[in-house]
Design a protein around this ligand. Structure first.
Ligand code: CS2
Length: 489
């Protein structure tokens, strides 16, 4: 089968939308760190729309921070790839042209730093996942003892971490007399722009105080809320895209039709006209962020743990299970009073729409994928909500079951006795604690609650939290996930 590329674009099936601008005239303006499926299904999709609407120098240079496979798949395709949007009513296809090139940081850190320092680079955006920020998830502070940070301080010209890369790029720009680029965090972190600004400044200060001061005075770190459900691409997806488009594409992206992007409108050197193609430019992202992280991601994680334990492979299956769907409704009822509604949004409607998105049968989003990296996700997805509920003296039964399900999951064995492939930077720590506690719910919950990087110093001493978590964990061990969820009524 013929491979997708500039030369073969004309052979695409007529049903596929393709770049409606002169791609040969597209110049780079954005560097994106962590060019995975999500960024290609979100930032690049919005940018594609913006380019079609008003052409400008906003081509994207992707950078992979670890592996070379993304570059190896996209290079032979001249950066082109298919976005397949799966609505319950049927597929929609588009080939995206906004990605011009992909660099692999470990192969040539100097090339990446040079691109960051190029005068035409105006935005450096990031999707490097929660753990990619080398910070303490409970406090948002840089972990100066993180191996990648230790490495980057010793070798600032060959950085491995996203923060080290940003600082190397900003330093090169300052030294060349250029202004900074805007660093645009597109990960699901709380107050993501603010957190990134602090991490970059603190890392810079460990090298050079004057650089930290320059970044503090001139840098721009807008906060964002990003949303689109984009599961990892599978071989079956690749085959389906080839069938639908008529061309082979080694790097398609599969996502839901829904997308949302709220951006704090503070850019150091301009931006694409994303606001003309659906992005919401706002002065305060916080209400959007609380709504999304707490209601979507909080529910996603809780459902991923309970659903995985109950034997459901995907979010659609888990949320289609009547008991777990009822659990989600109870969970949202606990979360909603902690969320300041963004203007014009009715949170009960948002919750209803979320359930429909989760239940989209065309999207195969694995519970196992969402269950990954819980240590980095729990604080902003569930624990902040729990703290606020406790302060208000409000019940937290459903939220506590979400936390207990995470504990049951990281104990490492499923309800049939099979091993769970727990992926998390703290997986070895969980293993040690689970081995010591066995299936003793109170011992295991006490032990895991003692991990300060997740639960902080306050929650382990809060009996209104620790008691229900431990009781739910006992129920999960004794009766299983579905019965534990059903018992909440
Ligand atoms: C998911 C998110 O993998 C996860 O943890 O909860 O990737 C989620 O699909 C996105 O945030 C949706 O915008």
């Amino acid at each position: 089968m013929t491979r997708l590329s500039n030369a073969t674009l004309g052979q695409l099936s007529p049903a596929v939308r393709r770049p409606a601008y002169d791609r040969t005239a597209l110049k780079p303006g954005i560097v994106h760190l962590g060019l995975g499926a999500f960024a290609r299904g979100h930032l690049a999709d919005y940018t594609e729309d913006a380019l079609e609407r008003r052409f400008g120098a906003w081509g994207i240079t992707g950078a992979s921070l670890q592996r070379r496979d993304q570059r190896d798949r996209l290079k032979p395709q001249d950066g082109l790839y298919t976005l397949l949007k799966l609505a319950p009513t049927g597929p929609e296809l588009r080939v995206i042209g906004s990605v011009l090139d992909v660099l692999v940081a470990p192969e040539s850190p100097a090339a990446l730093i040079a691109r960051l320092a190029a005068p035409d680079t105006r935005i450096v955006s990031l999707t490097v996942t929660e753990k990619g920020y080398c910070h303490d998830p409970a406090t948002g502070k840089l972990k100066a003892d993180h191996p990648d940070i230790v490495h980057d301080l010793a070798k600032p010209q060959a950085p491995r971490s996203a923060v080290g890369i940003l600082v190397a790029g900003l330093k090169a720009r300052r030294d060349a007399g250029l202004g900074p680029f805007t660093a645009l965090c597109c990960d699901n972190l709380p107050a993501n722009g603010h957190v990134l600004r602090g991490l970059v400044r603190d890392f810079a200060a460990l090298q050079d105080d004057t650089l930290a001061t320059w970044i503090e005075a001139n840098g721009a770190f807008p906060a964002t809320m990003v949303d689109r459900i984009v599961p990892a691409t599978t071989d079956a997806d690749i085959a389906e895209v080839a069938r639908l488009t008529g061309l082979e594409d080694a790097a398609p992206v599969i996502g839901e039709p829904f997308r949302q992007w709220a951006i704090e409108d503070i850019f150091a050197a301009g931006r694409p006209d994303w606001h003309e193609v659906g992005a919401q430019m706002v002065t305060d992202v916080a209400p959007f962020e609380f709504m999304k992280l707490r209601m979507l991601n909080g529910a996603h994680s809780s459902l991923a743990y309970l659903g995985y334990l109950a034997g459901h492979e995907t979010v659609a299956e888990a949320s289609g299970d009547a008991i777990l769907a009822r659990f989600l409704e109870g969970l949202w009822a606990e979360i909603i009073p902690t969320v300041p509604a963004p203007q014009g949004v009715v949170l009960a409607d948002y919750a209803r729409a979320l359930l429909a998105r989760f239940q989209n049968p065309a999207i195969r989003h694995r519970t196992w994928q969402i269950a990954m990296d819980g240590s980095q996700k729990l604080p902003q997805r569930l624990l902040g909500t729990i703290r606020e509920r406790l302060k208000a003296g409000a019940p937290i039964d459903h939220l506590a079951l979400g936390v207990a399900a995470w504990m049951r999951y990281v104990s490492g064995t499923d309800e049939k006795g099979a091993a769970i492939d727990v992926r998390d930077p703290l997986a070895a720590e969980f293993r040690r604690r689970a081995d010591a506690a066995g299936r003793h719910a109170q011992a295991l919950s006490e032990s895991l609650l003692g991990i300060e990087a997740i639960f902080g110093a306050d929650l382990p001493g809060e009996q209104r939290f620790t008691k229900p978590v431990s009781a739910h964990l006992a129920a999960l061990f004794d009766k299983g996930a579905k019965a534990a969820a059903a018992s909440l009524g």
